[in-house]
Design a protein around this ligand. Structure first.
Ligand code: SAH
Length: 361
């Protein structure tokens, strides 16, 4: 197992161009005001972007042609360039690789289910959390994404949902590349943009957003104080510090008990159950006694366990747990009254499943 250093600070602060989606409404009016335009233009651009998922000023017929270049240069720069999209599961799973303004690469995955459409977005290019079983974690951190670079992945997904699936994007999960809570200010701004009612934002329901974290304890506290009732998911992967120190290296900073206490405080504040993510890794964390320990830890809490069959990453010696072992793990958790689901492995064939996003180019 290679052990990489934990990286919390973005090594390349590299400033992506400012975009409408980085700004709140007064900020947007100020930005169009700086172009000598009246305030209503800000609302008009917001309606195009958040209401119609239109990112290209050229397509905005009620915007005078003479203004379009200026608008593109200042408030609606193109942030994401599609490099390629791969489809699987009969077209209901689509993974897109995006190039950012500085050449950094990120991926997002759109999944259509019978009752919902979910996009899995990246919050950083790469990741500094160094989890040894995760493809992104093994590549290190390139940089933080801006709020608008995150929001724009969702807007692109909303457009595809409408145009190709004939439906409405309903859910957003921060489970793509990166550690969202290591990029807190940008992720928080993005959460506001996603949930602000249109035309200020996309108007998604707060509970339909899930922020997944390795357990950056101070940032879980900040999220609780924000007053956004988004769903929290904690990537636990081991109930004991000894193993978790290796599987989720941030555990050397904040221990299992501290992470669970922070999640409990979050649940108390929002009234929402949180999920515990647990990748089932053969002979590493799938023992019966670990299921019992996890069950005992979680039984008194407002937590739900999401077991993820490990998606083996290239070059790793680790494999998913055999199904009978997985079933026994589920049985032991349920015996303690802990709700459990087993995550589907959508997008596996296109390397779009959990932990496989590596953006090799
Ligand atoms: N940094 C955040 C979001 C990243 S990925 C976090 O760690 O929570 C979302 C989930 O996929 C996390 O629970 C992560 O641990 C899990 N994951 C990563 N690599 C995986 C793999 N190879 N197989 C299964 N799950 C994996």
């Amino acid at each position: 197992m290679t052990s990489l250093p934990l990286v919390f600070d973005s090594p390349r602060p590299g400033k992506p161009p400012v975009h409408l989606a980085d700004l709140d409404e007064p900020g947007r009016r100020a930005a169009v005001g700086a172009l000598g335009l009246p305030g209503f233009r800000a609302d008009q651009l917001s309606r195009h972007y958040f209401g119609r998922f239109e990112t290209d000023p050229e397509q905005m017929s009620d915007l005078p042609a003479a203004l379009r270049d200026q608008v593109r240069a200042t408030v609606l720069p193109q942030l994401l360039t599609e490099v390629r999209t791969l489809e699987t599961d009969s077209g209901t799973t689509r993974k897109t690789l995006w190039r950012l303004h500085d050449g950094a690469l990120v991926e997002s995955v759109l999944m259509r289910y019978p009752d919902r459409i979910t996009v899995c977005v990246s919050s950083q290019a790469g990741c500094g959390m160094a989890c040894p079983f995760c493809a992104t974690g093994q590549g290190g951190l390139t940089r933080n994404l801006s709020a608008a670079e995150i929001v724009d992945q969702v807007v692109a997904a909303a457009r595809v949902s409408r145009d190709r699936f004939g439906g409405r994007l309903s859910n957003v999960v921060f489970m793509g590349m990166g550690e969202p809570l290591a990029n807190y200010p940008r992720v928080s701004t993005a959460l506001h943009r996603l949930t602000d009612p249109a035309p200020a934002g996309l108007g998604l329901s707060q509970r339909a957003l899930t922020v997944s974290t390795v357990g950056v304890v101070p940032a879980i506290g900040k999220l609780a104080a924000e007053g956004l009732n988004v769903t929290l998911a904690v990537s636990l992967h081991a109930p004991d510090d000894e193993l978790r120190d290796n599987l989720v290296p941030v555990n050397t900073r904040w221990k299992v008990a501290e992470v669970l206490a922070a999640a409990d405080a979050y649940a108390a504040r929002t009234g929402r159950r949180y999920s515990i993510e647990y990748a089932m890794i053969r002979d590493v964390n799938d023992h019966g006694w670990r299921a019992d320990l996890l069950g005992d830890l979680l039984a008194p809490r407002r937590a739900h366990v999401n077991l993820i069959p490990l998606n083996p990453t290239p070059g790793s010696q680790w494999d998913a747990s055999p199904k009978p072992v997985e079933r026994e793990f589920v049985r032991r958790l349920e015996a303690r009254g802990v709700p459990v689901t087993v995550r589907d492995t959508r997008g596996r064939e296109i390397d779009g499943a959990c932990g496989q996003l590596a953006a090799a180019g």
